[in-house]
Design a protein. Structure first.
Length: 256
């Protein structure tokens, strides 16, 4: 019998990642678009593990990309580069020297030869296969199958954060200014919504936000967001409303 280790533990981990699909080698354009997209919420991505996907660059353009500089840009905008996807062997080698894991190699390494102690990484591989599946329409990830709905019955105070991972979120009490509710699916707030609401957090563009009193500081669906810097339309301000995504625009409609 092996002695039980007291120096470390190996456990299953639920790993998710963002896919940053590079469509241009012009890093100035990438920097400017990121800055514009995140100007109202610079820490929106919260240093999330990030896959750099170069498959949409042509074989001629891909070697022209300054990968090191791109990683620096992503880190400035709170994206944490960890994986690289590229068909170019030299780029894969460069990424490896920078500490970026080759995604294809990571997913295809035979597990049978691995020691028993590290077979738990199979769980991580299966999760990564789901979250980095290509979604051509948007540089985001398809949402996983919904889990059980999360229900919150108490008011959320400033600084509190609730995340319904893989499912919908129902809140039966007020979401105060400074509080944040997030879900991979829909968000229902049957009370005043005065804080932040982020639906479709992993890229589900069909997600919606519902509330009986719309007064939100920030609304976001699948990465498209609107802050209180832009006043709410008068017909939905402080009214029952639903918010959906059409293209890259949030659409607000009064209910009832």
């Amino acid at each position: 019998m092996r002695a039980k280790s007291i120096a470390f533990e190996i456990k299953n981990v639920d790993l998710s990642a963002l896919s940053f699909i590079v469509k241009s080698t012009q890093l100035g354009d990438i920097q400017n678009e990121l800055a514009l997209k995140l100007k109202d919420n610079p820490d929106f991505y919260g240093n999330a593990p990030t896959l750099i996907d170069l498959d949409q660059l042509s074989p001629e353009d891909a070697p022209k990309l300054d990968l090191k500089h791109l990683c620096e840009i992503l880190k400035v905008h709170h994206l944490n580069p960890m994986f690289l996807k590229s068909k170019d062997c030299e780029i894969q080698s460069l990424g490896s020297s920078m500490g970026l894991a080759d995604l294809e190699g990571f997913l295809s390494t035979p597990l049978a030869a691995a020691p028993v102690e590290i077979r738990e990484v199979e769980v991580v591989r299966e999760v990564i296969k789901e979250v980095v599946r290509e979604a051509p329409a948007l540089p985001t990830l398809p949402v996983a199958a919904h889990a059980a709905t999360m229900v919150i019955t108490k008011p959320l105070r400033s600084g509190q954060h609730v995340y319904a991972k893989g499912g919908d979120l129902i809140v039966l009490a007020m979401v105060n200014p400074g509080a944040e509710v997030m879900a991979d699916g829909h968000i229902h707030v049957y009370a005043p919504l005065r804080g932040k609401a982020i639906a479709g957090a992993k890229g589900d563009t069909s997600a919606r936000i519902f509330t009986s009193c719309l007064e939100a500081e920030l609304l976001s669906i699948a990465g498209t967001y609107r802050t209180s810097d832009t006043p709410l339309p008068k017909d939905v301000q402080s009214q029952s409303a639903q918010i959906s995504l059409e293209g890259e625009k949030l659409v607000m409609q009064r209910l009832g």
